[in-house]
Unconditional design. Structure first.
Length: 298
């Protein structure tokens, strides 16, 4: 079977090394190996999220697996079949998506969709304009423990609660940059339809209460310094809890990316990803205003 050749855009995130590791490293465990794909090239550039020294270390690792590292976008994508935009700084997502979307290749745009709601809207407009095959999202909603919990529920999900880490972004909004994990887990539980958000920052965490249509409710806790993830889904009759095995996240993400690059359906619709960004944007505005804020629509 011919391997799908991947171009990685960006080297300021650990994902730029850890995801290629599963495809290209000879030392990866057989049960974690992502067959059918390989990384041929990676584009590097500095952002506030990684300096030259850090980029050099990552380049050395990639090159040891036979992956070419270049500063040229055109060179990185020249011989690829698909593109993974792995840029930690979401401020760079729109300008690099603008370059990639014109090439007619499938794209995975790593989380978050963008650094601002305006940029996120432009990304979806470009995807529609070029009829692009693209999906974007965190690995967290793709964890297999969530559908297991959902399958055990009897009746409609009325309450969803997720929790996860809140890192500190070197630039931009930390809630959008890292809160995306917990907000997108909530979307996996509740689906789309978020209407209003009320959020507070109590110093330890950002707590966001989300109103959905049909008198349903969601709660997201984005916690500083605690690097665990999980939650619960609750119907009128019962509740199911789930925990995320972080050691398996990259593997599960890459299996979904592989299926998409092979022609399968996107596991996360772009409209759902945009709503997640809109929820975080509303949470930030709520913190600043002290008021409940509406979730903006496309």
């Amino acid at each position: 079977m011919q391997q799908i050749k991947i171009a990685i855009i960006g080297l300021d995130t650990s994902h730029s090394v850890e995801l290629p590791r599963l495809m290209c490293s000879p030392e990866v465990k057989p049960e974690m190996k992502i067959e059918g794909m390989t990384v041929t090239a990676c584009q590097r550039f500095e952002t506030p999220f990684q300096n030259k020294e850090g980029l050099d270390k990552r380049q050395e690792q990639l090159e040891s697996w036979g992956i070419k590292v270049t500063e040229s976008f055109e060179e990185a994508v020249r011989d690829c079949d698909a593109i993974q935009i792995e840029i930690n700084d979401p401020a760079y997502h729109l300008p690099y998506f603008e370059k990639a979307v014109t090439l007619g290749k499938p794209i995975f745009l790593d989380k978050p969709l963008a650094g601002t709601l305006e940029d996120g809207r432009k990304i979806l407009e470009l995807a529609k304009k070029y009829n692009a095959r693209v999906f974007s999202g965190s690995s967290l909603p793709l964890t297999p423990t969530i559908p297991v919990a959902l399958a055990k529920l009897d009746g409609e999900i009325l309450l969803g609660h997720t929790f996860g880490a809140l890192g500190t972004a070197p630039a931009g909004d930390s809630l959008i940059w890292y809160g995306v994990h917990s907000f997108e887990m909530l979307q996996r539980l509740m689906g789309c339809g978020a209407e209003k958000v009320f959020a507070i920052d109590n110093g330890v965490s950002v707590v966001s209460s989300i109103n959905y249509s049909g008198n349903r409710r969601g709660l997201v806790e984005s916690i500083r310094g605690m690097w665990t993830y999980g939650g619960r889904a609750q119907s009128m009759k019962n509740a199911e809890f789930f925990h995320v095995d972080s050691s398996q996240l990259y593997y599960h993400l890459m299996t979904h990316i592989r299926g998409f690059f092979q022609g399968g359906k996107a596991p996360i619709p772009m409209e759902q990803t945009f709503e997640g960004l809109a929820m975080m944007d509303a949470a930030r505005k709520s913190i600043e205003s002290g008021k409940e804020m509406e979730v903006e629509k496309l």
